[in-house]
Design a protein around this ligand. Sequence first.
Ligand code: 5GP
Length: 116
Amino acid sequence: MSTIFSKIIAKEIPSQMVFQDDRVTAFKDINPSAPVHILIVPNKEIPTIDDVTPEDEAVLGHMLIVAKQIAREQGIAENGYRLIINCRSDGGQEVYHLHMHLLGGRRLGPMLAQKD
Ligand code: 5GP
């Protein structure tokens, strides 16, 4: 089922888009958790990282190349950044269109909370 991200990719609703080509779209997160918080999304509707198939291998690799490029453009490559893909409910996924978070611009702290 389509999500709001398909509408953003199709430019049917506005976003702060930073990159788009025939495979991937990247736009600023509406509720940023860090000074730089960008979502990198395959144009193809794939619900979760658990739904990818071998035919998605190229687009998944492309998402990483695009992330690296955007990190450079946003000026966070040198100090470093974090890439996160949440999967389903325990992973904290809210939007069921696969996406990778690119976060940086400050020290991000430990990867996970120490306790629930
Ligand atoms: P998830 O929790 O699924 O990994 O991340 C979903 C992200 O999408 C959240 O960080 C949320 O702020 C962002 N988001 C949800 N709806 C919109 C929207 O309409 N526009 C933008 N730019 N980001 C959104």
